[in-house]
Design a protein around this ligand. Structure first.
Ligand SMILES: Cc1ncc(C[n+]2csc(CCOP(=O)(O)OP(=O)(O)O)c2C)c(N)n1
Ligand SMILES: [Mg+2]
Length: 402
């Protein structure tokens, strides 16, 4: 795919090597580039033809699909021993957020709070498809699930929500700004669509440094209506960046259903405009997500950016204050009956890997872990007043501020 594209510049390192400066150095640079132009550079450059074919162009496109209940764990190279940790990973997100809701009602948490409940298979299935700690992840503001799935400490996360100094962003970011550079979790971003170019930048950094790592860039269905989405995918395509664009299509952007705002509601197909492989996976089955992400990560490691739509559903409102009246009657119950956590629990029992009672014990342990996280957050202090001046960008000679 990427190989037969017309490109003015294929290597990002070349892009940064462009001559700059003033005076004599500039003159030299100009002379050199004039000489370059005289001889056609070697490389895979092709010029687009101006001739129009005499007849229609027919294109056959293949989209991969990853439906629910298609994959078993052994096909995914997951051992029996991986299944309970995988369930633990999902349950931790669920139990953590159930308490977040309660803590919000008790006014321990203020500001925005967007819950991820219902979407846990997306984070867990993805994290099990990357090299944790080496590959990078970036996401939007519904970020608690992916942060916890990547192994961020629940106490540190809860402290962030409480606005306390031991929080992952020192209590100054809150719900939308989970961040842990040591785990290569690059946020947590509040402006819809704005982090997609950042994701492309992270992938660019991997490539520029010669690392064999990839970036997973998650975003919502709503972000696809933003211009930054197009800019990011285009740059990734031009530079062959090691990135997977993952659209978490939870059917709504606030109260707006996808098919009310997208002329092509099959969002995975949009990646075709950038000559990328595109796939569609079920977010109601953690194995489907895992298979899809592994396949797309393999593409990214080969320098092929791609687009993956994961169809999922959020069981809570858009934010804590949303009564979610836009849903159709019976819609929520239907989706709850497909809950990916329950699906995995049933799978584990059916495979004879663990009994119901062992799953219940695991759940109790996790509930206690979340209570411990709350205690940690309670015992942490609020940031000092002076902290308001820390980690703030200020350029002394910046114009217009005086
Ligand atoms: C540029 C911008 N416009 C509007 C908003 C307000 N806003 C916050 S969330 C949201 C909906 C985004 O929906 P989606 O991308 O599908 O993510 P989801 O909430 O479903 O996870 C909007 C419009 C914003 N944060 N940024
Ligand atoms: Mg959405």
């Amino acid at each position: 795919m990427a190989d037969d594209k017309s490109k003015a510049q294929t290597d990002p390192a070349d892009a940064l090597d462009a001559p700059s400066g003033d005076g004599a150095a500039d003159e030299e640079a100009v002379t050199e580039s004039a000489a370059d132009e005289a001889t056609e550079p070697e490389g895979p450059w092709t010029r687009q033809s101006i001739d129009i074919p005499d007849g229609p162009i027919t294109e056959t496109v293949e989209y991969n699909t990853y439906p629910a209940d298609r994959f078993s764990h052994d096909e995914l190279d997951l051992a029996d021993d991986d299944l309970m940790p995988m369930l633990r990973n999902m349950l931790l997100q669920r139990r953590f957020e159930e308490r977040c809701r309660q803590m919000y009602q008790r006014q321990k948490i203020s500001g925005f709070l967007h819950l991820y409940i219902g979407q846990e298979s997306v984070s867990t299935g993805s994290v099990y498809g990357i090299r944790l700690g080496e590959d990078s992840v970036i996401t939007a503001y519904r970020d608690h699930g992916i942060g916890l799935a990547m192994g961020m400490d629940p106490g540190v996360c809860m402290a962030e929500l409480f606005g306390k100094k031991d929080g992952c962003s020192r209590g100054k970011g809150g719900s939308m700004h989970f961040f842990d550079a040591s785990k290569r979790m690059f946020g947590g971003h509040a402006i819809v669509g704005a982090h997609l170019p950042l994701g492309a930048g992270v992938a660019f950094a991997h490539k520029y440094r010669g690392e064999d790592n990839v970036c997973l860039c998650f975003f919502g269905d709503g972000a696809m209506a933003q211009g930054a989405y197009r800019e990011a995918l285009n740059l990734a395509g031009i530079y062959d960046l090691p990135i997977v664009f993952i659209c978490e299509n939870n059917q709504y952007a606030m109260g707006t259903a996808v098919d009310r705002v997208q002329a092509e509601p099959d969002l995975f197909k949009h990646g075709r405009s950038f000559d990328m492989p595109c796939s569609l996976a079920s977010g109601m089955d953690v194995f489907s997500v895992n298979r899809a992400v592994k396949d797309h990560v393999a593409l990214a490691r080969d320098g092929q950016p791609s687009m993956l739509e994961i169809r999922t559903y959020r069981y809570q409102g858009h934010s804590i204050s949303d009564p979610a009246k836009y849903r159709q009657e019976g819609e929520l119950d239907a989706r709850k009956s497909e809950d990916a956590i329950v699906r995995l629990e049933q799978y584990i029992v059916n495979q004879g890997v663990a009994a119901d009672s062992e799953i219940e014990t695991l759940d109790e342990e996790i509930k206690q872990e979340v209570l411990d996280a709350i205690e940690f957050a309670e015992n942490s202090d609020f940031p000092d007043d002076d902290a308001i001046y820390e980690h703030v960008y200020a350029q002394e000679d910046y114009p217009f501020i005086n």
